[in-house]
Design a protein around this ligand. Structure first.
Ligand code: PMP
Length: 371
């Protein structure tokens, strides 16, 4: 097997090695069933047990209250952008959206097809480098939607926004789910594509409060009703069985790290090391406002796109892959989700120091001059 390198990909992203090993061992036979994990019917006892265990571990991990349903769906977070307004918004109602990056903008586009959208805040003017503190909610929105971590711009809500009245809070947590403690009872619905912190692409976790399952519109296609999936325990049609299996392993892995408090501590340390270096560097500059820096996606630039490209190649030669920033913003992005090893962060810092020494001439025209 070829040697693994440090993978800073924003998603699909690095998974815990022990999880991959266990999955590998079960490819040909899940336990002693004689049938590989990819080959089991979702209606058979072995896979039903996998689903039950995945849900049990998920509930344990985030202390999910009994009046919430845990659903394993398909279509990625992007399908949730449409499913949420399809269920909860109509021509006579308004939903409030906090626009803090490209993904929340996409969520808005979908919601507009179903009802009125009010932009409760918009960070576009500052190129989404900050999460605006000001909020302009409508009086009684059908729900308030926000994106807890902005994968592309590297910002993260330090705490969840407080919606007006009893409006349900809806969160796209795709890129920071289960990276820190979460009080689920503050939310109406939380959703996340699995491919960053939870498992492979192809499965979407939805945690939804019972009353919202019931509130969902009825005159919409069956597959887009939360009710359908809640009633059928996520097995209305053929579910993403392998994805749920892997998620189960990842949930157990997170519990083994000390649960959400344990991974939060590790994540704080990893991101802290990286930001400390970036703050003192004379060549590299972090792009996000310090008050809302993401612990999952650390974005930075030199100030010179050519030098950025050189650094990405330099790092790639040193076994650091996936550091190129998103195509819409450029620069660099280090995605350091739960499973990204601390040793990789340290190696990145050493590599940046090495590059900085080699380019000391560039420092005078660097970001610090532009800062
Ligand atoms: N929301 C966020 C915050 C994301 O980072 C992404 C994907 N990078 C999406 C939504 C879209 O997810 P998917 O590809 O699963 O539809």
């Amino acid at each position: 097997m070829s040697t693994r390198i440090f993978n800073f990909s924003a998603g699909p992203a690095v998974l815990p090695e022990s999880v991959l090993e266990e999955a590998r061992d079960n490819l040909l036979s899940l336990g002693d069933t004689g049938i590989g994990v990819l080959e089991h019917s979702h209606r058979g006892p072995a896979m039903i047990e996998v689903f039950e265990e995945a849900e049990r571990l998920c509930r344990k991990l985030a202390a999910i209250p009994d009046n919430y349903r845990v659903l394993f769906l398909q279509g990625g977070a992007s399908t949730q952008f449409a499913t949420i307004p399809m269920n909860f918004l109509d021509r006579n109602s308004t939903a409030d959206y906090l626009v803090t990056g490209s993904w929340s903008k996409k969520a808005v586009q979908e919601a507009k097809m179903f009802g009125t959208v009010r932009i409760a805040c918009n960070g576009a003017d500052e190129n989404f480098s900050r999460i605006p503190a000001e909020r302009d909610f409508s009086e009684s929105p059908a729900y308030v939607h926000f994106t807890s971590n902005n994968t592309i711009f590297g910002t993260q809500f330090p705490t969840e926004p407080i919606p007006p009245g009893d409006a349900p809070l809806v969160c796209d947590a795709s890129s920071d789910i289960f990276s820190r403690e979460i009080d689920v009872s503050k939310y109406g619905l939380i959703y996340a594509g699995a491919q960053k912190n939870l498992g492979p692409s192809g499965v979407t976790l939805v945690v939804i409060r019972d009353d919202l399952v019931e509130r969902g519109a009825k005159e919409i296609p069956t597959m887009f009703q939360y009710r359908t999936h809640a009633q059928a325990d996520s097995c209305y049609n053929t579910p993403p069985t392998f994805g749920v299996y892997l998620m189960k392993l990842v949930f157990q892995w997170i519990l083994d790290q000390g649960g959400l408090a344990g991974v939060r501590e590790i994540n704080e340390r990893k991101a802290g090391k990286l930001y400390s270096y970036l703050d003192e560097s004379s060549l590299f500059r972090p792009t996000a406002d310090p008050a809302c820096r993401s612990r999952m996606n650390v974005t930075f630039v030199t100030g010179d796109p050519e030098l950025d490209a050189q650094f990405v190649a330099f790092a790639r030669d040193r076994r650091l892959d996936g550091l190129k920033g998103h195509r819409s913003v450029g620069g660099m992005r280090a995605s350091i989700y739960n499973a990204f090893p601390e040793a990789g962060v340290e190696h990145l810092i050493e590599t940046m120091r090495e590059f900085e020494d080699l380019h000391s001439d560039a420092v005078s025209r660097s970001s610090k001059a532009n800062a």
